[in-house]
Design a protein around this ligand. Sequence first.
Ligand code: UGA
Length: 433
Amino acid sequence: MKIAVVGTGYVGLVTGTCFAETGNQVICVDIDAAKVARLKQGELPIYEPGLDVLFHRNIEEDRLKFTTSLVEGIKDAEVIFLALPTPPGENGSADLKYILGVAKDLGPLLENYAVIVDKSTVPVGTAEKVRAAIAANAKVDFDVVSNPEFLREGVAVEDFMKPDRVVIGTSSETAKKVMEKLYAPLVRQGNPVIFMDERSAEMTKYAANSFLALKITFMNEIANLCEKVGADVDDIRRGIGTDSRIGKRFLFAGIGYGGSCFPKDVQALAKTSQEYDYDFRMLNSVMAVNDDQKKKLLPIVRKHFDGNLKGKKIAVWGLAFKPHTDDIREAPALENIVALLEEGATVLAYDPEAMENTKRLISNVTYTHSAYDALDKADALMIFTEWPQFRTPDFAKMAELMNDKVIFDGRNLYELKQIREHGFLYYSIGRET
Ligand code: UGA
């Protein structure tokens, strides 16, 4: 099939590359000329494990192309994906100006029937707005479909190629057939394509992300209570996660969720509820608890240093909001580092991928070449991201490098017994100190 993907951000690039890999002719459109020039030269602007191999192969095999021209991009396309940014608007709901802008431009350009697919996470009712914006100037028949993505950064290629499910919102039989054909290579293992109406598909995406945020937040509150009653949150996780009704995943307590999706989507769903005059109380609690959780270690750090961080040297491991990404949006590490600096501490930080991005926001930190370099004469170590390389460090070497053997771990990386054997004072989440 011939496919156009408008928007070469994270979602657009993964979608375009993966659909090229399943044998389609894909052309990705972006107004950013510099970015398109780089893409044409085979330069991938994002870090996503496994994507580069597919990206280069499909460019070489001539199935993946790039252009700044919407006219060129959508010519003869049977399916046009809109993978455009939906930043939070002033009032907390997603801002649709990019999507509706492109929709308006598309109308007069369509020459044949096409399926226009909303891939971005958009509020309930957006498909109707997109349809109206295209219809205002369209000369041919078309359908608008909502097809939310469930990609996790760091494993997006796998999530795309082997989806648990594909959700398609459409009331058109023609569009349904087109989408079924497009996704057929990806759902052969028996995972379903679930068809529903557009509004339900839009709502499904927000419900999925908000539920996962809720699940994490619930465990964070259990962890906070564990600390008070003297229980261990990791045991609770094993104890409840084995119940198949609850499930093992997304039960890891920690320093709060971050990233570009959960915080934005929980907020947007709360906003939609408000607009429809429904008081979705749980969502407000999730947001408030998560804000507090991100700052949870700070009072413990202060107490450890008798309220005075002036001149203390703090090592930081992990800046990205989660491992296997260089994304620092809403990452808990950032506000913690800012607070440490404001209170007079010196910070040495290491992250395998996210240091360049962090440097642009916070300059008065020493970014080191390795995790161990960050420990040089440190009075304590704070851990914010569970990169695999932090999981089994050389504790003896750490002890030698550090001024004092103290760890504040926001991701529960170590077994209590193991860390105590090495003589560290170890503060973690929802476990004994
Ligand atoms: C999330 C969803 O998982 C995807 O399905 C969805 O498509 C995506 O948002 C999106 O809307 O685009 P992502 O933000 O990449 O994906 O990251 P997750 O792996 O979901 O992690 C989100 C946050 O939750 C991270 O800060 C992570 O550290 C935290 N988390 C996750 C926990 O604190 N505990 C857990 O058990 C799991």
